[in-house]
Design a protein around this ligand. Structure first.
Ligand code: 5AD
Ligand code: FES
Length: 330
């Protein structure tokens, strides 16, 4: 689709059902009915950055910070593998405590479990990304958040969007399955820029795209801003499926945070991945990117059972393989 077509659909709510059904069909035809579960380990909520929307921003002195060190992290990883996860995702704030050597060691250890490994630890240099890749990391998640240059600047003081693009192209060139995505509903974000975001996913040939509504956090400068619209976020996700038919698209936690059926609705509108948390309760509430996050009172077993039940209830199955992107032969 071109930009105008995307804008027209985003502006027109009379065809939403058609859009969601079509995205569901394209998902079925291209990536099938299996849902890939990725076990998410949020291993540090310490962050040097100041993203205006994020509860983990360094200026937020009210949250209790934590780091999970290697030995404990490996316990969660092992448990997740025993529960059947074939992909683990290591996510953190931008925490320089985990330097290249520490990360490489963790990656080596996790890869011994015969799982696919995704990193989501922010902007790094080419050499760092290369070291992680050489150590065995398979995938990397780094949302562009918004492709609107002005909005990006306002939301991310002191950093520049060019470096984020550079990171994403470095990741691609190093052979990572590269995930990106955006927030929907940031203050002053336009429909036009959301269309540009989708065009960017296509241009990058992203292997994964995660989309979620913006949810205001009390302890950020955007505390009083309006939250993002669930249905608009879902439309951006469905349009992403139409334009990148064979990629992996998660039903995001943020979707379920603002709509109790959010992940099921997303799985029925183009999504084929869910990322349940596999750490213990003591950390969950502290990884408060936004308020109201689901699953903070559950343990890994409960989340696994809960999400499997939901997946089966809509006639889908849980994938048993590592869930790499299946690119169709052209
Ligand atoms: N609301 C919704 N999503 C958020 N993220 C960060 N802050 C918020 C918020 N307030 C998302 C960003 C980031 C991902 C890990 O969480 O898109 O990439
Ligand atoms: Fe955690 Fe449902 S996935 S409780």
């Amino acid at each position: 689709m071109n930009k105008q077509e995307l804008i027209d659909i985003l502006n027109d709510d009379t065809k939403n059902d058609w859009l969601f059904k079509k995205a569901d069909r394209i998902r079925h035809e291209n990536v099938g009915d299996e849902v890939h579960l990725r076990g998410l380990i949020e291993f540090s909520n310490i962050c040097k950055r100041g993203c205006k929307y994020c509860g983990l921003r360094s200026a937020n002195k009210e949250i209790e910070r934590y780091r999970i060190l290697k030995d404990e992290l490996l316990i969660y990883a092992k448990k997740a593998v025993e529960m059947g996860y074939r992909t683990l995702v290591l996510q953190s704030g931008e925490d320089d405590f985990y330097d290249t050597d520490k990360m490489v060691e963790i990656i080596h250890e996790i890869k011994k479990f015969d799982v696919a490994l995704t990193l989501s630890i922010g902007e790094k240099t080419y050499d760092e990304y290369k070291a992680f890749k050489d150590a065995g990391a398979d995938r990397y998640l780094l949302r562009i958040e918004t492709t609107d240059k002005n909005l990006y600047k306002i939301m991310h003081p002191g950093v520049n969007i060019e470096n984020r693009f550079r990171c994403l192209y470095d990741l691609k060139s190093l052979g990572y399955e590269t995930g990106t995505g955006c927030l929907v509903g940031l203050p002053n974000q336009t429909i036009e820029s959301l269309a540009e975001d989708i065009l960017f996913f296509k241009k990058l040939n992203a292997d994964m795209v995660g989309i979620g509504p913006f949810i205001p956090h009390e302890q950020t400068p955007l505390a009083k801003a309006q939250k993002g619209d669930f249905w608009l976020a879902l439309k951006v996700m469905a349009l992403t499926r139409l334009n990148l038919p064979d990629i992996n698209i998660p039903a995001t936690t943020a979707m379920e945070t603002i709509n109790p059926k959010g992940r099921i609705i997303a799985l029925n509108s183009g999504a084929n991945v869910v990322m349940p948390n596999v750490t213990s309760q003591e950390y969950r509430a502290k990884y408060e990117i936004y308020p109201g996050k689901i699953c903070i009172n559950e343990n890994p077993e409960q989340c696994r059972g809960c999400i499997e039940g939901k997946i089966l209830s809509i006639g889908r199955t849980v994938a048993k393989d590592k869930g790499f992107r299946r690119q169709k032969q052209k």
